[in-house]
Design a protein around this ligand. Sequence first.
Ligand SMILES: Cc1cc2nc3c(=O)[nH]c(=O)nc-3n(C[C@H](O)[C@H](O)[C@H](O)COP(=O)(O)O)c2cc1C
Length: 332
Amino acid sequence: MDKETNSKQIRVKIADVEIRGAAALAPMAGCSDLPFRELCREFSASYTVTEMVSAKGFILGDRKSDELMTLGKNEHPAAIQLFGSEPQIMARAAEKALRFSPDIIDINMGCPATKIIKGMAGSSLMRDTALAGRIVKEVASAVSLPVTVKIRAGWNKDSINAVEMAKVCEQNGAAAICVHGRTKDQMYAPPVNLDVIKAVKESVSVPVIGNGDIETPEDAKRMLEYTGCDLVMVGRGALGRPWIFKIINEYLESGVLIDEPPVKERMGIMLEHIERLCRYKGEYIGMLEARKHAAWYTKSLKGASLYRRELSMVKTFDELKKISERIIEEQT
Ligand SMILES: Cc1cc2nc3c(=O)[nH]c(=O)nc-3n(C[C@H](O)[C@H](O)[C@H](O)COP(=O)(O)O)c2cc1C
């Protein structure tokens, strides 16, 4: 599968940032690092978002932040995502993040993890729209880049307030709103609520990005058509399948449904991904992280659970290469 970005048409602008293609890569802590984001972008992801970065940690000089915020040469347009609950710290972090040359600053208002919501950040902000608004306002006045927010449908089923939240964010300067159509209580499991995304789209004038459960081009088309959202954002559907962006774009632009790549090609893409990962993080860390990616790349193959067991112990790139050669032989 040819990696060249196939979407030339500008689909939407987030402030003055031109976005081509309909499907963006979602931020995923522990997964969407620079090598993966760059690969997705090469397969025509319309833009990428870093893993979430603690605004406070970054301001205090946490060394991990720099690695999380470094963007690839071929990645742009790209957003750096910050989380936090203190407007001024968020604004200072956004300003300091400019040294990594992002195109967009994104604010995490959807993370359901306990340690994040305990600090009143992530999806906790869904329960305090006034604070959410102050954060957007401070960040938007600290930087001249577009500031986007990523929200959920609400905190729980009794407080579905994405529309109110989106309006507050827009009034305070958000240039686009991404809605993950689930509540914080729903975490990642039940089907995504398209009606909430539709309601947000109907109530704000900035671009809306719909997110949740997009695994196929048909899923993307359905979300775009049903909700009227401007773009979709793909998370888990891209793990072990960075080519999904190309398949989605091709389907939306020409109606042609490209096949998933055959095993040999898939293994080739996996090796290219892991090689870049090892180059970026060193072979030791790279190969530890490669184990989960390799499991995703082989997930749909016959006998995947046996491969997963073997791949969960792989230590060197050469070893991975040998296993992938054997997988190709066994599967073809
Ligand atoms: C492993 C993992 C890590 C995630 N990390 C983040 C994150 O750092 N920031 C964020 O806003 N959302 C994060 N999310 C949520 C995703 O961006 C996305 O909203 C969610 O997975 C739903 O989309 P999907 O059904 O396409 O996966 C994460 C999700 C997963 C599965």
